[in-house]
Design a protein around this ligand. Structure first.
Ligand SMILES: [Fe+2]
Length: 381
């Protein structure tokens, strides 16, 4: 597949994800953290327009002078933008107009891609990866917004909950390991600069923590015992009166969760999802073990299956040695978020095909739960 075909495939996939939505769904934004599907479709298009077409194609005419204001996400270098919590208020442009915007940018992009300019091809690949990230957000944001609808709408079946294999401990010896991305294939700047890390003897669980295990934690009073919790996590759970993962609800003594395929009884054998770092860490403490570091995860990942849940690690999201922020607006991609966030490794049932690798570093603030986040345990030996 050449770059032009790969580009179109990524672009088509975003629209395909929306194939079962009704027009009203496209503008849903139930909180500041989530964005409406229409905004994701437009913002990913804006990315190609602003980062590739405007600086590199003198003949390109921007589709609309105000789209830069409407669809810029967080790039301060590119000027003012609409408030994040007001993305759902934009009933204009319409869904159809956003689709026309997408097709307009796609046409211009394909002409540029055909010129085969290496520096532009690199940016196109970054833009495709950016869009794949937004495809996952489109799914998880939509799940969050639809959750507020008492009708429990069913819009897609992505296999959110499937049974886990029985878990065992896999041991690793103390050694100096190489961490970071090696090779010429695409990775983000935050994975670059392979470097050595000394890791002490440890063991990691081959399976993810299941709903059944998490339920045991809940029923054992895990949410009510401060000894398992970070102070910040304890304050969070008490303030919001959290007693279960996000999307869980109890009816007549039985637990259910909302999925994008409607409300379902919980599957005991499936990996728990939608817990935040505080909960993952408290669960591990209750078990008498801990979460893996991102380095332990990376060196052990080929010994277990991963890909159903973003797995919380006990590593703060920090720069690797030699990390450099790219010049210009594109430099706002990763580096500026290296504060107050924890690293998650792996990928999830909502991750787009071809958008995962062992060195991938996802990151979120410890309080967030709306991604498909799960728990893998580790222990020092
Ligand atoms: Fe973005």
């Amino acid at each position: 597949m050449n770059l032009s075909e790969a580009f179109q495939r990524v672009r088509d996939h975003s629209l395909n994800l929306c194939s079962h939505l009704i027009t009203e769904d496209f503008s849903l934004q139930a909180s500041e953290e989530v964005s409406p599907p229409k905004w994701h479709l437009a913002h990913t298009t804006w990315f190609f327009e602003q980062f590739i077409l405007v600086p590199n194609d003198p003949s390109y005419v921007v589709k609309h002078p105000q789209f830069n204001f409407l669809f810029n996400s967080y790039y301060n270098t590119l000027g003012a933008r609409t408030a994040r919590n007001q993305r759902g208020l934009m009933s204009r442009p319409s869904v159809d107009e956003v689709k026309i915007y997408r097709a307009y940018v796609d046409g211009a992009m394909k002409k540029l891609i055909e010129k085969n300019i290496p520096v532009i091809s690199e940016l196109v690949i970054l833009g495709m990866n950016h869009e794949q990230q937004h495809q996952e957000l489109l799914i998880t944001d939509l799940k969050y917004s639809l959750w507020f609808n008492p009708l429990n709408p069913s819009v897609m079946d992505i296999g959110e909950y499937t049974p886990e294999q029985e878990s065992t401990w896999v041991s690793f010896d103390s050694e100096i390991y190489e961490i970071g991305h090696i090779g010429d294939d695409f990775c983000y700047d935050n994975e670059l600069n392979p470097h050595k890390v000394y890791i002490n003897d440890f063991a990691i669980s081959s399976g993810l923590v299941t709903n059944q295990e998490y339920l045991e934690f809940m029923e054992a009073g895990g949410y009510d015992d401060p000894t398992f919790w970070h102070d910040e996590g304890w304050a969070w759970s008490k303030e919001l009166e959290v007693k279960a993962p996000m999307y869980w609800e109890q009816k007549d003594g039985a637990w259910f969760y909302y999925t994008l395929d409607g409300l379902k009884p919980i599957d005991d054998a499936a990996a728990v999802a939608h817990i935040n770092f505080y909960e993952a860490s408290a669960f591990a403490s209750w078990k008498g073990v801990r979460l893996p570091t991102e380095f332990e995860w990376e060196v052990s990942q080929n010994k277990f299956e991963w890909g159903k849940r973003w797995e919380w690690t006990n590593s703060a999201y920090l720069a690797y040695p030699g990390f450099k922020v790219a010049p210009g607006a594109i430099g706002e991609y990763n580096g500026k978020f290296m504060i107050n966030q924890m690293v998650l490794r792996g990928s999830s049932v909502a991750t787009s095909e071809g958008h995962s690798r062992p060195t991938y570093r996802n990151f979120f603030h410890p309080k967030y739960r709306w991604q498909f986040m799960g728990i893998r345990l580790a222990k020092s030996l």
